[in-house]
Design a protein around this ligand. Structure first.
Ligand code: CUA
Length: 182
């Protein structure tokens, strides 16, 4: 064997990139290209057709003003406490306030199935992530922004709100609750 025909880490294989691509390679490149275009088109298509985008409205709010609104909301409709966190039962169709802060969600919400509420989400300190478990609804909770979502609970039960955005040492303890009654 000559040095020319041996491949190793030191001796590379001979090059043939300048020769025309073979039939199979052309087919493969064509299929890949069509698939790329299809996947590219699927992104905007799914944005409109997928039905997974919440129809919320977002506005600026001073974090302390949002805190005050949440406190007022708690005072108005409080029905007790759950492990030190106020439990609130707002009337049907009302504006509901949920505050994220290091490291809790407040208050605990008691909602009625089939009734629409406008849920306002914001943070007092830094970026948190509203993750409704096990329904898998995920929304960024950002200080300085009030994100208002129209929500109608479709299922009775107890749902956990977990924090999906790393927010420090107590991140994993940041668990809230929504109770939906029939
Ligand atoms: Cu709040 Cu992680």
């Amino acid at each position: 064997m000559s040095d020319e025909s041996m491949h190793s880490a030191l001796v590379g294989p001979g090059s043939d990139w300048w020769k025309p691509a073979g039939r199979q390679e052309k087919i493969w490149v064509t299929v890949s290209f069509i698939w790329c275009i299809f996947m590219f088109a699927a992104m905007p298509f799914w944005h409109f057709k997928g039905g997974q985008n919440p129809s919320g409205t977002r506005g600026k709010v001073d974090p302390m003003a949002f805190y005050a609104r949440t406190q007022k909301f708690i005072e108005d409709y409080s029905v007790g406490t759950d492990q030190g966190i106020p439990v609130v039962e707002p009337p049907a169709g009302s504006e509901v306030y949920l505050l994220g802060q290091m490291w809790m969600w407040s208050p605990v919400l008691k909602l009625k199935k089939g009734v629409e509420y406008t849920i306002h989400l914001s943070s007092l300190d830094l970026n948190h992530g509203f993750g409704l478990f096990p329904v898998n609804i995920n929304i960024q909770v950002v200080p300085g922004y009030d994100y208002a979502l129209k929500m109608t609970p479709t299922e009775a039960g107890e749902f956990k709100i977990i924090c999906n955005e790393f927010c420090g040492i107590g991140h994993h303890l940041m668990i809230g609750k929504i109770i939906v009654e029939d």
